[in-house]
Design a protein around this ligand. Sequence first.
Ligand SMILES: Nc1ncnc2c1ncn2[C@@H]1O[C@H](COP(=O)(O)OP(=O)(O)OP(=O)(O)O)[C@@H](O)[C@H]1O
Ligand SMILES: [Mg+2]
Length: 227
Amino acid sequence: MGASILTARNLSKVVPSAEGELTILHELSLELNKGDSLAIVGSSGSGKSTLLGLLAGLDLPSSGEVTLAGRGLSSLDEDQRARIRAEHVGFVFQSFQLLDSLNALENVMLPMELDGRRDARERATELLQRVGLGQRLSHSPRQLSGGEQQRVAIARAFAAEPDVLFADEPTGNLDSHTGERISDLLFDLNKESGTTLVLVTHDERLAHRCRRLIRLEAGLLVAPLEP
Ligand SMILES: Nc1ncnc2c1ncn2[C@@H]1O[C@H](COP(=O)(O)OP(=O)(O)OP(=O)(O)O)[C@@H](O)[C@H]1O
Ligand SMILES: [Mg+2]
């Protein structure tokens, strides 16, 4: 039995709306061990991105608790959560969130520089080569296609060698060949470094490469397929 790296207990997210309170996630629990891979599937609006943000400590639940790398996130303030994220988490946003003032190489270097790594440039170059962007190092995000920006975001998320990599539709903007290459890279990382993968995806092939899969329907966890 592996050690648990991420647990969610009775996680709920309720937001106010004009029609009254809206429950986006309802009493969701799960536990992941180091090196696990989990696919989160479900239709648009079912709460997948919301769940990912809560698990990564980017957002706080209305009730329930997330424990990441042994730390309960609810009791921490924003700075403390940011530190836990910097140390343990890589995140690929659905909207990429690259910095426009930095080129591709600098975007990937940034988390490593913040971490004080002296090989940041070398490693960022290597990561960008691995996602097929060795010829785009000095391009700004605006000069890159959607799929290229997605790959820069993936290289950046890998950069700090996270314990848990969260990715929101990491192959969503990629053709099937490039998507396959990116999936291979995700699972190489999973095997080589024991990185736990938590992936939101509509890509069935990617979902079925994950050891575990959960489906959300209107904020409810249905049909967890356990190992
Ligand atoms: N801050 C918020 N305030 C109000 N409603 C929200 C908020 N955040 C999310 N929602 C709603 O919660 C639901 C779930 O959103 P979420 O982004 O998690 O869906 P998703 O499963 O990721 O969808 P998609 O596949 O389209 O990305 C949606 O109906 C959305 O409108
Ligand atoms: Mg989403």
